[in-house]
Design a protein around this ligand. Structure first.
Ligand code: SAM
Length: 165
């Protein structure tokens, strides 16, 4: 995996298109103990340090009812990642693999996801465990952990569809 911005033996960079297809809102900022990519955990752990997710106004209104869930899925923008590698060498040994077979931060859309334990909410600030990103990483979404979530909206036809038609 590229941990800083180098291209290693066996890795393949591609030319990125000039335009992007969509825009995002950075809806908050994540506060963690890590200021250096080389000391960040590679994946968050449930017993890791408490981190804070600061939700910006006006999106903080969307935190209503969030305390019903002990576990949340957090999506964040790995803003210091390069985006142009198609093949990467996670062990830096010249053996490369496709980016989509890895959870590397270096990807065309550098979106990171973690399942976190929600400890408490104080106004627009959520206290969680389970993150693995740099201090200051932009937040792009929060959702209830899907394994604990049952849709609140009425079922619709596709919900009962199994197998191929
Ligand atoms: N848990 C997420 C996932 O699986 O989608 C992210 C995993 S990624 C392997 C975690 C690594 O990304 C960290 O060890 C660190 O090297 C790097 N990283 C963390 N925050 C970053 C940021 N804001 N910009 C670029 N790289 C970051």
């Amino acid at each position: 995996m590229v941990r800083l911005n180098e291209v290693r033996s066996g890795e393949v960079a591609i030319d990125l298109p000039e335009r992007t297809d969509a825009e995002l809102y950075f809806i908050g900022r994540i506060h963690t103990p890590w200021t250096d990519r080389l000391t960040c955990p590679r994946q968050g752990r449930a017993d890791g340090p408490t981190c804070r997710i600061e939700m910006f106004a006006p999106w903080d209104k969307g935190l209503d009812s969030i305390t019903e869930f002990e576990r949340l899925e957090v999506l964040y923008w790995l803003h210091e990642s390069r985006r142009d590698l198609a093949l990467q060498s996670p062990r830096s040994d010249g053996q490369a693999r496709g980016v989509f077979s890895l959870r590397t931060p270096v990807r065309p859309n550098p979106i990171g996801t973690s399942i976190v334990q929600l400890l408490k909410v104080e106004g627009p600030m959520l206290f969680v465990r389970g993150l693995d990103c740099l201090d200051g990483t932009p937040l792009i979404d929060l959702k209830p952990d899907r394994s604990r979530f049952a849709p609140l909206a009425p079922a619709q036809a596709g919900d009962f569809q199994v197998g191929d038609p």
